[in-house]
Write a protein that binds this ligand. Structure first.
Ligand code: GUN
Length: 293
């Protein structure tokens, strides 16, 4: 198949941002200026890039943002003290603590300390619980929410579909599966989660009408694992060393795109697929948080 089967995440994200601009204007008309805080601990190069992109997206949409950068050796208590301040700062409707955190800081402690109403990442146990319960008042994690939106806006029928999710992480795999199996037209899938303990991952993948790769292994999904006509969503971002590249590495997804694109029904490019959608969903969650004010 030609490039006609590409799911253009950049175009879909831009469309969502246009829709959000109308809501931001309405908020400002009633005196509410949406605000979001970013917290980055340490100098993880990927985190720097991600936070930079999120800051720019906020600026483009007219959301106020401020970024707090803490050193790698920050203690858990110091980070908690900062979060207490950000929680009570009325200019801020959302708080995002970029993962991964240094090993002396327990992510579970941090993510339960951001107020659930400001948890635009959807990582607080209350929001995780609301997702599991199908309670729409919570925030959904941005990356799997972005995948749901990509599927819906690409007219992929998820209802009754066999979906295989590769990866069981808290940021993507687990919430992705929870969203897909909810009752409702835009979900209603039969979901299998595969992970490092799964026997015969290939056989599971070959059954999938929709295959979502989020396990963080470079080009793990090969063409012989994909049913012809399947929808393939690549969430992975992996650094592989490449002496011919300027920085000595290049970024690849979890999917062997070149060999799978010709047989897939629809497929996300990477970059330009899921990544922009994560940012669009963060903006959407922040606008929702502000609309509650
Ligand atoms: N690291 C990778 N993805 C994410 C995300 O969606 N939110 C945060 N806070 N950190 C991440």
């Amino acid at each position: 198949m030609s490039a006609g089967n590409l799911i253009d995440g950049r175009a879909i994200a831009a469309q969502i941002q246009n829709e959000l601009a109308v809501r931001v204007a309405a908020l400002k008309a009633r005196g509410v200026h949406p605000g979001l805080a970013f917290v980055r601990v340490g100098e993880d190069p990927a985190s720097k890039v991600y936070v930079g992109r999120k800051e720019k997206a906020c600026a483009d949409l007219g959301i106020f943002s401020e970024t707090r950068i803490l050193p790698e050796n920050t203690s858990e208590a110091e980070l908690l003290a900062l979060l207490a301040k950000l929680n009570s700062d009325e200019r801020l409707h959302g708080i995002l603590v970029q993962a991964p955190l240094p090993k002396q800081i327990r992510e579970a402690v941090i993510y339960s300390s951001v107020w659930a109403d400001k948890d635009v990442d959807g990582f607080h146990p209350v929001n995780v619980g609301k997702l599991m319960l199908g309670d729409p008042t919570g925030f959904h994690p941005c990356t799997p929410a972005g995948v749901m939106e990509l599927l819906a806006r690409s007219q992929v029928n998820t209802s009754g579909a066999e979906v295989v999710v590769l990866g069981r992480g808290n940021i993507v795999g687990k919430p992705m599966a929870a969203m897909l199996c909810q009752k409702g037209r835009a979900a209603n899938s039969t979901v299998t989660i595969c992970h490092s303990g799964t026997r015969d991952i290939k056989a599971h993948c070959q059954r999938a009408d929709i295959l979502i790769a989020a396990m963080g292994v470079a080009e793990f999904v090969k063409a012989d694992m994909v049913k012809p006509g399947a929808v393939v969503i690549d969430v992975g971002v992996n650094r592989v060393s490449d002496p011919t590249a300027k920085n000595g590495y290049r970024l690849v997804g979890d999917v062997d795109f070149k060999n799978i694109q010709p047989i897939a029904g629809k497929i996300t490019p990477n970059p330009g697929g899921v990544g922009p959608m994560t940012i669009a969903m963060l903006l959407q969650n922040t606008v929702r948080a502000a609309e509650r004010m």
